[in-house]
Design a protein around this ligand. Structure first.
Ligand code: RIB
Length: 315
C-alpha cells in the first residue's frame, strides 16, 4: 500500500497526551530503595498521542482530539503533532490543569512500570468530542483509549456508530471499562492484564486466552485482537481464533508498543484489510518500536517499515 493511498484514509483519535520522562535503570527498584539510574529520556507520549503519531507516520490523515495544559509542555506537544502532519484544531489548551505527565522506568530486560498524572487529560469532555462531530463523521476509523474520561470515549464511539464508522478501542487502563462502551466497540485491542480485568478470567495458557477473547465478544465487542508481547497476537473474529506470531527483535523498551500496534491495526483496517492481515502488518510496526528507547521517538515511518529487512530479525 503506497503512502498516497494511505493518505486518503482518515483516522480520528480521541485520547490522552502526556510528556513522558523515561528513566533507564539496571532493574526496577523495590519499595524503599534508592537506585542509581543510567539515563533520562524526555519525549511526547500518552496513549492517544502515541497512536496519532503512529497513524500519521504510516500515512493516514489524522485528527487528534485531546486536552493539554496551557503550559510549555502543552505548547511543545501541539507543535510536535503539527510537525507530524496531524490536524490539531481540536486540541484544547486547558487553563485549569497542566499537561499530563508520565514517569516511566525501563530496566535492562526492557520491563517497564509507569505512573501517569492525568492533568488536563481528565478534563477532555463529551462536549469536546461533539465539537468535532463533523470530523468523526468523515473518518474511516475512530480510535480511543481510556486515559481520558470514559463518558468522552463513549460519546466519540456513539457519534462514530451513528455515522457507521469503525470503532477501535485500547481498553487501558481497564478499570473504567463498562458494558455501554463495549457495546459500541467494533475492535477491542487489550493486552493480557486488561482482558483479565475486564472478563475476570486469569490467563496462563493459550486456552485461557481464547476463552477470554470469547468472553469479551460475549460482552458486545465485535472482534478482538489480544496482544501478548513476544507471544504475538490472538485475533478472534467471526471465523474463529487465529494466532499471529510476533516478529522477533532485540527489545530495548516496550513502552508504547501496544499503541504502535493498535494504531497500525486501525490504519490497516481503514485501508480495507481484514483483522488478521491488519494484525500481521501491525506486529511489524510494534516490533520496530521496541528496538528503540522512548515512545514517540521509537515509532517508525512507512518508509522505514518498507525498507526494514525482516529476514535480519525474524530468526
Ligand atoms: O502506552 C504508553 C503510554 O502510556 C506512555 O506514552 C505514557 O504516557 C502512558 O500514557
Amino acid at each position: 500500500m503506497s503512502q498516497d493511498q494511505r493518505k486518503q484514509k482518515r483516522i480520528c483519535i480521541v485520547g490522552s497526551a502526556n510528556v513522558d520522562l523515561t528513566f533507564r535503570t539496571p532493574r526496577l527498584p523495590v519499595p524503599g530503595e534508592t537506585l542509581a539510574g543510567q539515563s533520562l529520556h524526555q519525549c511526547m507520549g500518552g496513549k492517544g498521542a502515541n497512536q496519532a503519531v503512529v497513524a500519521a507516520r504510516l500515512g493516514a490523515d489524522v485528527t487528534f482530539i485531546a486536552r493539554v495544559g496551557n503550559d510549555g509542555f502543552g505548547t511543545q506537544a501541539i507543535k510536535a503533532y503539527t510537525a507530524e502532519g496531524i490536524n490539531t484544531s481540536f486540541i484544547q489548551q486547558d487553563d485549569e490543569e497542566p499537561t499530563g505527565t508520565a514517569v516511566i522506568l525501563v530496566d535492562d530486560d526492557a520491563e517497564n512500570c509507569i505512573i501517569v498524572i492525568a492533568g488536563a487529560n481528565d478534563r477532555l469532555a463529551p462536549d469536546d468530542v461533539r465539537a468535532a462531530s463533523s470530523v468523526i463523521e468523515q473518518s474511516d476509523v475512530v480510535l480511543c483509549q481510556l486515559e481520558t474520561p470514559v463518558e468522552t470515549t463513549i460519546e466519540a464511539f456513539r457519534l462514530a456508530r451513528e455515522a457507521n464508522k469503525v470503532t477501535v478501542l485500547t481498553p487501558a487502563p481497564a478499570n473504567s471499562v463498562n458494558s455501554e462502551l463495549l457495546a459500541l466497540c467494533d475492535v477491542c485491542v487489550p493486552n493480557a492484564t486488561e482482558i483479565s480485568a475486564i472478563v475476570h478470567q486469569p490467563i496462563s495458557a493459550e486456552a485461557d486466552a481464547i476463552r477470554a477473547t470469547e468472553l469479551l465478544r460475549g460482552r458486545g465487542v465485535n472482534r478482538v485482537a489480544l496482544t501478548m508481547g513476544g507471544d504475538g497476537v490472538l485475533v478472534l473474529d467471526e471465523s474463529g481464533p487465529t494466532h499471529v506470531p510476533a516478529t522477533k527483535v532485540e527489545a530495548v523498551d516496550t513502552t508504547g508498543a501496544g499503541d504502535a500496534f493498535t494504531a497500525a491495526l486501525a490504519v490497516s483496517l481503514a485501508d480495507g484489510l481484514g483483522l488478521v492481515d491488519a494484525a500481521r502488518f501491525a506486529v511489524q510496526v510494534a516490533a520496530i518500536s521496541v528496538t528503540r528507547i522512548g515512545t514517540q521517538t521509537s515509532f517508525p515511518s512507512l518508509e522505514e517499515l518498507n525498507n526494514w529487512d525482516r529476514r535480519k530479525v525474524n530468526r
